[in-house]
Design a protein around this ligand. Structure first.
Ligand code: NAD
Length: 462
């Protein structure tokens, strides 16, 4: 779309899941964007319109704005000089000590410092621990930037992979942690198409026109509060998952049904139904590292937050319990051939970072099993870290995965799997045993289709 008079020139540093999605969404909101990455191969691919990641709406938006409202470059200095606001969206992976590794953020801050010549708002989009804002300011000043030439604000991102574009454009809330009215005004301007509601009146709005819906609130907080909001939100969601996983274990021990329990709990508006689905534990590039980083921040501040250690413990146990479940179903594991449906850390994404599915495959191979695996989008990424070999092969679809296996395991909640033809699946398997780590199927229907069906926290069905 043509840039309006309220268009703001934005740089986004880091073109990964968050940076690229933010960049196309800012362009969709009418801003001009320079998207920077230091990976030349990535920049070349993006310039040619290849999104590199699997995300709904991303190909359409990229082809609409690529080399027009969005430019891709490796030149951070040029992006700094041309922009009013710079969003830092580089990785903040877990270090060996559990802390967030902030070396990528620091490198970007130092590079920005070398080219800053006019007032610019630096925005932390990456998930960072409290006080990072102050460290970024210090890095800029130490590198010779006058203090009145910049402000640093925190604008944490809450998108979920798989629905990232829709989440970015239809957020529950937009959090801006700012200690400067001037910087707050710039951020308010950037998000005004969403917070003012004009975006939702466009006939071509992603997610459909929804003029009746309330626009998202723009929540201003202190920078430290915003940094803590992001870590606390992810830690709380991880806690909710570990809580329902522990409840599911109790349901298994008592022959209760966790689905009924979760439903009964979730109807309480104080609890809510989301994130009450038991499974094989949370994974992905955010929850494991963010829980560890938040725990580490609490430790460093002398605050006892050992609740988070329990969250991590339950999460790890969920995988060993699953291996035991499969062993119980098959009597022994050595020499068994297992079909695995799902490699991504969750459905509708190709991301395998900290994927419980990948970890479980390694655990089953260590137990002497051989694996045939399939994922609708994450196979090539998995092959890079787990190449095919005598104990591991990859299939092209779910039905060939099930062919002649001793049991079929469901490890990722892809919608594609929930729609499988059960009769066809059953007819290809050596034994019709399905162990479902994601509770994708109705136990009654699985039993009616002739399966022995074992899931999480629900009585087995035969
Ligand atoms: P990612 O690894 O997909 O992308 C990071 C990108 O930054 C990479 O393309 C990398 O090449 C680039 N990069 C690193 N150093 C650079 C430098 N000096 N200059 C330019 N580019 C550089 O990471 P991501 O998943 O997009 O996550 C980014 C941040 O957002 C993390 O802090 C993460 O915790 C947070 N976050 C992620 C999600 C998610 O679902 N992935 C959601 C919310 C927040």
């Amino acid at each position: 779309m043509p840039q309006s008079s309220s268009s703001i020139q934005i740089a986004v540093i880091g073109s990964g899941y968050v940076g690229l999605v933010a960049a196309v969404c800012f362009a969709e909101m009418g801003h001009g964007v320079i998207c920077v990455d230091n990976d030349e191969r990535k920049v070349k691919a993006l310039q040619s319109g290849d999104t590199l990641i699997h995300e709904t709406y991303l190909p359409e938006l990229l082809s609409r704005y690529c080399n027009k409202e969005i430019r891709f470059t490796t030149d951070l200095a040029e992006a700094t000089r041309e922009s009013q606001a710079i969003f830092i969206a580089v990785g903040t992976p877990q270090s060996e000590t559990g802390d967030a590794d902030l070396s990528y953020v620091e490198a970007v801050a130092c590079e920005i410092a070398r080219s800053l010549t006019k007032y610019t708002v630096i925005v932390e989009k990456s998930t960072v621990p409290v006080y990072t804002n102050e460290w970024i300011s210090r890095a800029l000043v130490r590198n010779g930037v006058p203090r009145d030439l910049f402000d640093v604000v925190s604008n944490p991102e809450f998108l979920r992979e798989g629905t990232a574009v829709a989440d970015f454009l239809h957020p529950d809330r937009i959090v801006v942690g700012s200690d400067s009215p001037r910087a707050s005004e710039v951020l308010a301007g950037i998000y005004s198409p969403l917070t003012g509601g004009s975006y939702y009146q466009r006939p071509d709005a992603i997610g459909g026109m929804c003029s009746a819906a309330l626009p998202p609130p723009l929540l201003f907080t202190s920078t430290k509060s915003a940094e803590i909001i992001k870590h606390a939100s992810n830690a709380f969601l991880a806690l909710k998952i570990s809580f329902i996983n522990a409840v599911s274990n109790l349901c298994e021990a008592t022959d209760a049904n966790v689905e009924q329990v979760a439903n009964g709990m979730g109807l309480d508006s104080r609890i809510g139904p989301k994130f009450l689905r038991p499974g094989i534990g949370y994974g992905g590039s955010c929850f494991p590292k963010d829980v560890a980083a938040f725990r580490s921040v609490a430790d460093q501040m002398g605050v006892d937050f050992s609740l988070l250690t329990e969250v991590e413990k339950i999460n790890a146990q969920q995988k060993t319990r699953f291996v035991r479940k499969v062993r119980t179903a098959l009597w022994t594991l050595r020499g068994k051939k297992l079909g695995v449906l799902g490699l991504a850390f969750k459905g509708e994404t190709d991301d395998i970072r900290e994927s419980p599915a990948v970890e479980l495959i390694e655990m089953f191979i260590a137990e002497g099993c051989s694996i045939i695996a399939y994922d609708p989008a994450a196979t090539s990424r998995t092959q890079e870290i787990l190449p095919a070999g005598p104990k591991l092969e990859y299939a092209d679809d779910a039905y060939s995965t099930a062919k002649d296996v001793d049991a079929l395991l469901i490890l990722t909640d892809w919608m594609e799997f929930a729609k499988l033809d059960l009769q066809r699946l059953n007819s290809t398997m050596r034994y019709p045993i399905v162990v479902d780590g994601r509770n994708l199927f109705d136990p009654g229907k699985m039993a009616a289709a002739g399966f022995t069906y074992i899931s999480i926290g629900r009585p087995a069905a035969h």
